[in-house]
Design a protein around this ligand. Structure first.
Ligand code: GDG
Length: 460
């Protein structure tokens, strides 16, 4: 990026959140992955961040936080309902994740989605000076690139999709598919997690817009649009450093001690989302106990499940089913002093998360569909002594890079069970070889590399 140009990030959520009440209320940096990814670039270049505060109501006035200009976008109650909970989370999210739940197609929610995208686009266009770069993020803002382009022909616009882009047959369901494709084609560069997502999009573009070209370059209305894969990553060194802090080492030791030092720990960490495959993973674990291939005296499953989208019915139903399954497994198989599944429905601090990663002999990352999955990469970064085994779903974007994990089809419960068993029995040398390669890959392709490559490509 040119030294004097600024980066304008447009994302559904702001990188800060309001904490405290009354006179002690203040803005604090939130801990999300996107904030971490963007922060080194934003330190080098002055920047503006446009996003929603996360609460219904009028937008606070723009302000500066740690040298970053913050421009909050306001959403009314109805808009939160129709745009965020409605179109984003009940149409695009399920449709783009292999329609794991039936997507809902409602005209008024779509109208609201257009309106909110326009609100973000106007704010972006107004904030940009000549020479600045605008980087729009994710599925909440698929229409914004074109809307910004209509207002500012002189600005470079990049777009990155954090979730998968569906194959042709599924994308075709969307009653507003043309508008979505054209919305994205307003950008100069459209980035995806994997090459097959990129390919799915370029095919959709050629089908639903007056566009022609290849999988990586398209011409539409006399503009050249580049399309490519930029697999997102983590701050590898930061995870490595945290893993070796004495408080974390102590905490990991304490977790092992409490679980029982002789037991093998299997860990899973997910948002409570139906895409993450929590139910099938529990069923695979149950299957192993039922067939007496494992015993609670020898191993345990810890499931950290972070509450998410709790006012959407599908999420409430899924939570109930998961909790029933955990109850059933524990009722059936736990012994005094040996609980089969430890289920924590809460989020833990970054230090605790690191301690759990450190304590876990086997990490189970088995989503039914996932754009990337950072948990898999975080586990790898934490294993500084090269121990530990990663079981990873073929349907997570991360599987394209982390080929040396034990890959599974999460729909095949018996297959997952067999792979868990393989992970528990993997000879130490073999596990170490695999982990060395996994660590090398994530170290080399960290989040800084991701952001740099995207911005470099955008400027080309
Ligand atoms: C979307 C895409 C894509 C989880 N529990 C705790 C905690 N976490 C942190 C993890 C990780 C993040 O949340 C989850 O990231 P994922 O990538 O696994 O999943 P999504 O939230 O679905 O993210 C995904 C991602 O965007 C980035 O592009 O990879 O495919 O769906 O960083 O560490 N953090 C703390 N306590 C917890 O209990 N502190």
């Amino acid at each position: 990026m040119r030294k004097d140009s600024r980066l304008i990030v447009v994302a559904n959520r702001l990188p800060v959140q309001r904490v405290g009440r009354g006179s002690s209320a203040r803005w604090e940096r939130s801990s999300g992955g996107l904030v971490t990814a963007m922060s080194p670039i934003l330190r080098r270049h002055a920047g503006v961040w446009i996003g929603w505060t996360g609460n219904a109501g009028r937008a606070p006035a723009p302000f500066t936080h740690e040298r970053l200009m913050i421009r909050p976008i306001g959403l009314s109650e109805r808009e939160v309902h129709d745009y965020y909970q409605g179109f984003c989370n009940r149409t695009i999210w399920p449709l783009f994740h292999d329609a794991l739940r039936p997507p809902e197609f409602q005209r008024d929610r779509w109208d609201c989605y257009i309106e909110i995208n326009r609100r973000f686009a106007r704010a972006a266009a107004r904030s940009a000076r000549r020479g600045d770069i605008i980087w729009v993020h994710d599925y909440q803002l698929l229409l914004a690139p074109r809307m910004i382009r209509e207002l500012r022909r002189d600005i470079k616009i990049g777009f990155f999709l954090h979730i998968p882009f569906p194959p042709e047959e599924l994308f075709a369901w969307l009653p507003w598919r043309q508008a979505v494709v054209r919305g994205l084609l307003g950008a100069d560069l459209v980035g995806f997690q994997t090459f097959s997502d990129a390919q799915n999009f370029s095919r959709a573009a050629r089908r639903y817009a007056p566009a022609e070209g290849t999988d990586t370059e398209i011409t539409c209305e006399n503009r050249r649009i580049r399309i490519n894969a930029f697999p997102i990553s983590i701050d590898f060194r930061d995870f490595e450093r945290r893993a070796n802090q004495s408080a974390v080492v102590q905490r990991a030791r304490q977790i092992r001690q409490r679980i029982g030092p002789e037991r093998r720990i299997m860990l899973a960490v997910d948002r409570l989302d139906y895409t993450k495959g929590i139910e099938s993973r529990l069923r695979a674990f149950e299957d192993l106990l039922e067939r007496k291939l494992i015993r609670v005296e020898d191993c345990v499953l810890i499931q950290i499940a972070v509450p998410s989208r709790e006012n959407v019915t599908e999420y409430q139903e899924m939570r109930m089913r998961i909790e029933q399954t955990v109850g059933r497994i524990n009722g059936e198989f736990s012994q005094p002093g040996h609980v089969a599944v430890h289920y924590f429905r809460r989020s833990v601090t970054p230090d605790d998360l690191s301690a759990y990663y450190r304590a876990a002999d086997v990490m189970l990352v088995t989503p039914l569909r996932d754009g990337m999955n950072l948990v898999a990469k975080e586990y790898v970064a934490t294993r500084t002594d090269y121990s530990g085994v990663l079981v990873l779903s073929e349907f997570a974007g991360a599987a394209r890079e982390l080929r040396r994990a034990l890959l599974v089809n999460p729909h095949d419960i018996q297959g997952v069970a067999a792979t868990i068993l393989q992970a528990l029995r993997l000879p130490r040398d073999e596990a170490r070889k695999r982990m060395m390669i996994l660590r090398m890959i994530v170290r080399r392709h960290d989040v800084y590399d991701w952001a740099e490559k995207f911005l470099e490509a955008l400027e080309r």
